[in-house]
Design a protein around this ligand. Sequence first.
Ligand code: GUN
Length: 292
Amino acid sequence: MTLLDGKKISNEIKEEIAAEVAQMKDRGEKVPHLAAVLVGNDGASLTYVGSKVRSCKKIGFGSTLIHLPEETTEDTLLQKVKELNEDAEIDGYIVQLPLPQHIDEQKVLMAVDPDKDVDGFHPVNFGKMALDMESFISATPSGIMELLQRYEIDTEGKHAVVIGRSHIVGRPMSILMSQKREAANCTVTLTHSRTKNMKELTLQADIIVSALGVPHFLKADMVKEGAVIIDVGITRVPDASKKRGYYLTGDVDFENVGKKASFITPVPGGVGPMTIAMLLKNTLLARERHRA
Ligand code: GUN
């Protein structure tokens, strides 16, 4: 079994980006600048956004964190989005999800300039991705594709089963894996919480991408010998004995599934770090497109 070391690969990608940023600086060019909007104080979101901003600093990007209170109105947030669209210093930005209940997420995402939408959540970017056109591909699915590619995993004609149909991971993942592109060309089955014969399907899978958010959902008896396992789930399980009061766990029963898998991602340290690396890559791309 080979561990798919997302931490290591993401560090390699960050070093590649840092080298490009250094060259931009040497040429006297503007460096990429990523902004992140966070509304409220959700613990996981605070951690993710903090990590994104820190990564920017490390590789030489400019970064701006816009932290708005939980009670921020939809209008105020839309105004902020408008400002970011118009701010020439900002190459790309993200609005961290989930947003508070009183804000219409779709409305906010629709207001983001597609040319600055480094999360790839705007319908224009999602549509372009689905049509094989150049776009911003959202960071988690593209991070998984990059991981498969860098470990030279043979995906050609293989059966990929995606678990979870979210707009951010499962749905785009199912589209990407079915496309005529590197680390893809798969036959894809997209499964979700209403799927009746889950085990029957996962047992046929050469590659499983689980993005359900249910700890230890994927058990060893659901997996074929030699399957490639990608675990996108990252759930905080309360545990008073831990320093932070919780531990992180994936969708996969790693200990037992790992014994059957050919390749498997750990949680944490698998898909998570790849997401940040690909967000930075998209921001570099945004800078290059704005310059062109
Ligand atoms: N919430 C969970 N994942 C993501 C992500 O990739 N981007 C944003 N903006 N919010 C998220």
